[in-house]
Design a protein around this ligand. Structure first.
Ligand SMILES: *Cc1c(COP(=O)(O)O)cnc(C)c1O
Length: 475
């Protein structure tokens, strides 16, 4: 399997060659040359597999430059009950992503039972093992530099801790994350993990990462890399749980399901789109946004208009507070019939600070073939949904999952099970849970008291030179 750029002006590459990088050299995103189609026989056989077994089947269609036995070992080491141990009481951790039924035909697929209690662990844990494997093979090292507002940074650190050849330098805005998120990151004592709290906002931290990455000489000398949301391996790893969710929510492969996906950067739901292209019987992919409704606007109107930073709302589902959806270009590439010239033209407008409008085009006419629906949710909706799900079903959901449930309920169809992807656990967003329910969130027993552990973090000004200096002295 080779990977091509959505902009069509970069050479095709193998999986391992794009693993450690980000954008393609032409500014596009990598996608498989073609999507592997799953036969009826394969789908029948996959129904009985464990999560790790299924992950191997799915990923071996996309990763053809790692010997099968090695890939099998990597996947088996990643998807264990010991790592994904934070299942709800009564659910089996060995399932990795257990399904909780709220009522007949309405389910939650638990994707947040990993070390950091958010779905990003599903892909990031695999990425950690893949990075270590490929770096070892090549005798190389990497220094991952990133900025986080919460979920991504902690998922990356828990995936990379203790891995040879990898160091993580993670910038976070001082005092802006929840107490639980801070404790998760800053309590790590591993020698290869460095937390840097920047005096400023998330955007200041992000700007520093960009400035360092734009310094080509520094980047090359200090082997600076990233694990951002456009990384293809992350998308690929996420495809697996759509298959798992489908098998859990149906009795036979004649049935169809709908998935509702809380969305920010279009990474999670992009994996659902690819699962559907592979032949998984998905009736509908329901995209749920918060007040930052760039994507809902597109699916309703055909207009894609990324927002300015100043137009981006700070919400109570903060991991979806995005101004532009960095993985969206992958879907648009498919929507426009995989014509890179069209993608280049559209993103010329977007990258120049503008928007594009597909209404009236043949591309827009094809949208129904992709079976998407969308909706948005606000803080008031979030509070109401958290309350209803708690009172009616006795299940506590986090703010992002609440956005998914709210929009899912607007798109249910008779006879089609609706599976809402649970993207985080409530305890990560305790403040909103208190506001909605007037009580403390549930917390997995082994993470209770996390806030009291000693923390290791370097506080510094939002200064590029200071961050570079820190990296140089810790390499
Ligand atoms: C990252 C994240 C999302 C958004 O996922 P995308 O892949 O960016 O669409 C939703 N919920 C939670 C809890 C997250 O951490």
């Amino acid at each position: 399997m080779r990977y091509i750029s959505t902009r069509g002006q970069a050479p095709a590459e193998s999986f391992c060659d794009i693993l450690l990088g980000g954008l393609a050299p032409d500014g596009g995103l990598y996608l498989p040359e073609t999507y592997p189609r799953i036969t009826t026989e394969e789908l029948a056989r996959w129904r009985g597999l464990s999560y790790a077994g299924l992950a191997f089947e799915v990923l071996s269609r996309f990763i053809t430059d790692i010997p099968a036995a090695d890939l099998k070992a990597l996947v088996d080491k990643t998807y264990t009950a010991a790592t994904y141990c934070h299942a709800r009481p009564g659910r089996a951790a060995a399932d990795i992503t257990p399904l909780t039924t709220l009522e007949p035909g309405l389910h939650l697929l638990e994707l947040s039972n990993g070390p950091t209690l958010a779905f990003k662990d599903m892909a990031m844990q695999l990425l950690g093992n893949l990075f270590e494997y490929v770096l070892d093979k090549r005798g190389e090292t990497i220094n991952i530099l990133g900025a986080t507002s919460g979920d991504t940074g902690s998922a990356a650190e828990y995936a990379m801790r203790g891995k040879h050849g990898v160091r993580v330098f993670m910038l976070s805005p001082e005092g802006k994350m929840s107490a639980f998120q801070r404790a998760q990151m800053y309590s790590l004592q591993d020698d290869n993990i460095f937390n840097i709290a920047v005096r400023g906002m998330f955007d200041d931290a992000q700007d520093i990462v960009k400035a360092v990455s734009n310094d080509a000489a520094f980047k090359a000398q200090y082997k600076i890399g990233a694990v951002n949301s456009i990384n293809w391996a992350r998308v690929a790893a996420q495809i697996v749980y759509y298959f798992k969710g489908y098998f859990e929510a149906t009795k036979s492969n004649d049935e169809q399901v709908a998935f509702s996906v809380p969305s920010g950067n279009f990474g999670n739901i992009c994996a659902g789109h690819i699962a559907r292209q592979m032949g998984l019987p998905i009736a509908c992919l329901v995209l749920a946004t918060n007040e930052n409704d760039v994507l809902d606007e597109f699916f309703r109107s055909g207009v894609y208009r990324p927002r300015k930073t100043a137009e981006t709302h700070v919400t109570s589902s903060p991991s979806m507070d995005i101004s532009k959806a960095s993985n969206f270009e992958r879907f648009v590439f498919d929507l426009v019939g995989r014509d890179p010239a069209v993608v280049r033209e559209l993103w010329q407008q977007v990258d120049g600070g503008g928007a594009f409008d597909l209404t009236g085009t043949s591309h827009w006419a094809r949208l129904p073939d992709f079976h998407f629906a969308s909706g948005r949710s606000t803080h008031t909706d979030r509070l109401a949904t958290i309350r209803v799900v708690w009172e009616k079903y006795g299940v506590m959901i986090d703010t992002h999952t609440a956005d998914g449930v709210k929009v899912a309920l607007e798109h249910r169809e008779a006879g089609v099970p609706m599976v809402v992807l649970e993207t985080a656990q409530a305890v990560k967003f305790a403040e909103t849970i208190r506001e909605a329910l007037g009580r403390e969130p549930l917390c997995p027993a082994d993470l209770e008291g996390l806030e009291k552990l000693p923390q290791r973090v370097q506080v510094m000004d939002a200064d590029v030179a200071a961050v570079k200096d820190f990296v140089v002295h810790h390499c």
